[in-house]
Write a new protein. Structure first.
Length: 258
């Protein structure tokens, strides 16, 4: 069979453009493709919701690829084992209460499971603003990550979403945009981002689940963004809380009828 270069290009452009057009109005839009964002996306799609996930980097998975200090192993506590089993991620017991996974297998399985569940994942796209109507976030303003890196003046595009999840990790980018644009109106003690505390895995892993909740009308925080917004400790290369946070987020939105 003779291959035609233009047909190859048309196949990519037409199919990708259709995916984006079909995602201009979704039930849930997720900013950030780390472990919490991917887990939330998977469970939301399993519930039949239309979910679009936007990751500013070329690769998704957040910091999980590198495990701890580029040793590509991830640690999980026992509470997260059922989630790992659902994603068919193999575990090795290190000692009582501590389980290891291969970080590369973990990210690949999270991503594959989310996509096969129906999640549309768009990498290399950044969230540069939010759409607000009557003091509620109703969508995201998107642009190519390369536009920001090159400091180009290129206008963005907008999508509408029934709910927005900030899963952008330590940066809590969506929450920061809200504060910068409309002031200190977050559901925190100060109305602003409280900021993450120093590393304390034991407290951080439980705080991240507690802090997984609504932060502004229409906006929810999951993963490390939750602790960055509400003031919990970071926890380093233990990832069970990330998965449990994503699972809790999906349950929360289901209860609220998103």
């Amino acid at each position: 069979m003779k291959l035609d270069d233009i047909t190859i290009s048309k196949a990519i452009i037409e199919s990708w453009s259709k995916d984006l057009v079909d995602s201009l109005e979704v039930d849930v839009a997720i900013a950030g493709g780390g472990p919490a964002g991917l887990t939330a996306a998977y469970y939301l799609a399993q519930q039949g919701m239309q979910v679009a996930l936007f990751e500013r980097k070329l690769s998704i998975g957040g910091g999980m690829w590198g495990g701890g200090m580029m040793y590509n192993k991830c640690v999980f506590q026992e509470e997260s084992l059922k989630i790992l089993e659902e994603f068919k991620i193999r575990t090795t017991k290190y000692q009582e209460g501590y389980y290891l996974t291969d970080s590369l297998e973990t990210v690949c399985n999270l991503c594959s499971s989310a996509i096969q569940a129906g999640v549309k994942v768009f990498n290399l796209i950044s969230v540069e603003d939010v759409m607000i109507r009557r003091e509620q976030v109703t969508g995201l303003v998107l642009n190519w990550s390369a536009v920001g890196l090159a400091n180009l003046h290129v206008d963005p595009l907008t999508i509408r979403a029934g709910a927005v999840i900030d899963a952008t990790g330590h940066a809590a980018e969506v929450a920061k945009i809200i504060v910068r644009k409309i002031g200190r109106k977050l559901y925190t003690d100060t109305g602003d981002l409280v900021g993450e505390q120093p590393m304390w895995a034991d407290l951080g892993e439980y705080a991240i689940i507690e802090n997984t909740k609504e932060v502004y009308p229409g906006v929810y925080v999951a993963g490390m963004a939750a602790n960055a917004v509400f003031g919990g400790p970071r926890m380093g290369p233990i990832f069970g809380g990330m998965l449990l946070s994503g699972q809790k987020m999906a349950e929360l939105l289901k209860k609220r009828g998103q």
